[in-house]
Design a protein around this ligand. Structure first.
Ligand code: GLN
Length: 267
């Protein structure tokens, strides 16, 4: 039998925060509880469970997959290996989307919703919007549907980008597509996440181009498209939007000052 303190000291090369979170999750206790009960003895079963999760973390698996959730905006979103882990930069996209239109009946499409973080957050923040969210991955959609258990104004369906959506019916499209180049070194750190949600052919631009092209027929006149893109893709994405007839194009940085989000209107 080991104490809380002894168990936490088995962590190597990971943050104390992560090991406290893992122990908290196996014990079903808060981090504050862990900190206040350093000398409590932990039973064999919990200890085993903790050590196996700790080992996964020390092997490089993201904490979100070990805990089974990641906080995004103001909700904990369930995630698993079929979904990308929501990123803070994507919160910027949500913020921009919320600024564009008031809380009046609006049809919003979240293309490639993954765990549902963007669509569900918009639905929660704007009770009068109706959100449609799709994904090509049935396993990701299952996770998204669980995350939306409390959200009435969102509907999910399986589909590839813009297929099977009524033309001219959408006021706002939001999309965080895969945009990383296949041989980008950055992928070495993302080995646990689904490649299909990260990597896109044609120097990471294939899916962005698809979405920019296909979205035109779905948007109402003056409808808006908001895209997340890679930090080196700003000029290319601007060009694509411009070449496909979008106007009022604005490009935004993420919280770390990297170009990351595009907003455009379709006429
Ligand atoms: N922003 C993520 C990353 O670089 C990638 C997300 C995406 O491809 N849509 O880690």
């Amino acid at each position: 039998m080991s104490t809380v303190h002894e168990l936490l000291s088995k962590a190597d090369n990971i943050s104390l925060l992560d090991s406290q979170l893992i122990l908290g999750s196996v014990l079903g206790c808060s981090r504050t509880w862990i900190i206040a009960h350093h000398n409590d003895v932990v039973c064999e079963k919990i200890q085993k469970n903790f050590l196996s999760k700790l080992k996964r973390r020390m092997g490089g698996e993201p904490i979100a997959y070990i805990l089974g959730y990641r906080e995004f905006w103001s909700q904990n979103f369930l995630v698993d290996r079929n979904t990308l882990i929501p990123r803070p930069e994507t919160e910027c996209m949500v913020e921009i989307a919320l600024e564009q239109l008031p809380n009046t009946p609006t049809t919003v499409l979240d293309l490639g919703t993954g765990c549902g973080a963007i669509g569900i957050t918009l639905a929660t923040e704007r009770g009068n919007w109706h959100i449609i969210a799709n994904d090509i991955s049935g396993s990701a959609l299952k996770v998204a549907q669980r995350n939306a258990f409390n959200t009435k104004n969102i509907a999910f369906f399986r589909g590839n980008w813009c297929e099977a959506i009524r033309p001219g019916s959408i006021n706002l499209i939001v999309c965080n597509p895969p945009y990383i180049e296949r041989n980008d070194n950055h992928l070495n750190h993302l080995e646990y996440e689904p490649l299909s949600a990260l990597v896109s052919p044609d120097r990471g631009l294939y899916d962005l181009r698809q979405v920019i092209k296909e979205s035109r027929s779905l948007l109402v006149k003056d409808g808006l498209l908001i895209l997340e893109h890679g930090y080196l893709q700003r000029d290319k994405v601007y060009q694509l939007l411009h070449n496909h007839g979008y106007i009022n194009i604005e490009m935004f940085d993420d919280l770390s000052g990297k170009p990351r989000i595009a907003l455009a209107r379709f006429r």
